[in-house]
Design a protein around this ligand. Structure first.
Ligand code: FES
Ligand SMILES: [Fe+2]
Length: 349
């Protein structure tokens, strides 16, 4: 059994015809399966992007697919964006067509109101709210122009920072409309995949970083210097946080930029990609900073497009790895061992 995006793929015992050089049967066999998101009803416990901060203004509510269900993001008078399950625990109306009242969300149907912690604070006709009438409130935060939700109760890691204070940086955050037909962790597996960085992206490493990757239970990071296809000098720090965030900062021909690619999980087997570019405000005039952001968006879009044509068509099933895949192989263990849970299961579907 192998996992391909959100789908579990069962392969015939002897897939394909023929034999390898040592005479053993050939086929795309994976020794240890990699669980797809949603497999066994569980999802990795990561911070996932839900929407752009600018998508939900003060007093607004919007609905989004998340995990195997639906959530709302609403922003009250206090300016805080909250993420909760979408379906009203009275008789199930979708709260995305409700209204924000103060810092509460009010259901459109019978006007029950839910507070920021998800508990029902009043009904529309004065009946006391049933004690169990509550939404699931996700841990959430806004960072890099994105509203994030954590799949769980208590986040076991936080989102990373760039090496400069946010106040010193100019940011641009974009959402990519088209969904990718693979789980976010499949897209994250590009970062420890050194073969593809060389072969697909044409990057030259001054020194192979494959054995210099720093691992934690929620991240992997490495540094490398080298050159891009056209010979531009690059000095990079790149990594993955959780199973949903690509992190990078780079000196590109001596100029610093930061780049993130967060991947949302709007349904099992699908990813919604975002791009965050950061440049230093003191790099020049505001116009120069915007021009450099334009340049980085173009550069990263070209690189991402090289991955996209593969990721849109792949049946992800690692089978035969070589020594250059050491970090990729470790990443598969990281994904297998990543904490999984689904505490909102009884609320969001
Ligand atoms: S369905 Fe929401 S208040 Fe009745
Ligand atoms: Fe890539």
């Amino acid at each position: 059994m192998t996992s391909s995006g959100g789908k579990t793929v069962r392969e015939p015992a002897l897939a394909g015809v023929g034999a390898s050089r040592d005479g053993t049967p050939r086929g795309r066999q994976l020794a240890k399966p990699l669980p797809a998101e949603g497999e066994g009803g569980l999802f990795t416990q990561s911070w996932f992007p839900i929407c752009l901060s600018s998508d939900v203004g003060k007093g607004e509510v919007k609905g989004y697919g998340f995990l195997d269900g639906r959530v709302i993001v609403f922003r009250g008078d206090d300016g805080v964006a909250r993420v909760t399950s979408a379906y009203c625990p009275h008789v199930g109306a979708d709260l995305s067509v409700g209204n924000v009242v103060g810092n509460n969300i009010r259901c459109a149907f019978h006007h029950w109101e839910y507070g920021g912690d998800g508990a029902c604070v009043k009904t529309g006709v004065g009946d006391p709210p049933p004690p169990r009438a509550s939404l699931f409130k996700f841990p959430s935060q806004e960072k890099f122009g994105i509203v994030w939700a954590y799949n769980g109760y208590d986040p076991h890691y936080d989102l990373p920072d760039f090496p400069y204070p946010d106040a010193d940086l100019e940011f641009r955050t974009l959402a990519i409309d088209a969904l990718m037909p693979v789980d976010p962790w499949v897209l994250c597996a590009n970062t420890p995949d050194f073969q593809h960085i060389r072969a697909l992206h044409g990057v030259h490493f001054d020194r192979d970083p494959v054995d210099e990757v720093e691992w934690t239970d929620h991240s992997m990071m490495y540094n490398f210097s080298g050159s891009h296809k056209q010979g531009e000098e690059i000095d990079n720090r790149v990594g993955i946080f959780g199973t949903s965030l690509y992190y990078q900062h780079t000196l590109f021909n001596g100029k610093w930029f930061g780049f993130l690619s967060p991947f949302g999980l709007p349904e099992p087997g699908k990813s919604k990609a975002y791009m965050v570019v950061a440049v230093r405000k003191d790099m020049g005039t505001p116009e120069e900073a915007q021009a450099f952001i334009d340049f980085v968006v173009d550069l990263e879009t070209q690189i991402v497009m090289e991955d996209v044509m593969v990721m849109q068509t792949i049946r992800f099933a690692p089978a035969n790895l070589t020594k250059s895949d050491n970090a990729l192989s470790k990443f598969f263990s990281y994904v297998r061992n990543f904490p999984r849970a689904h505490p909102s299961a009884g609320f969001i579907a």
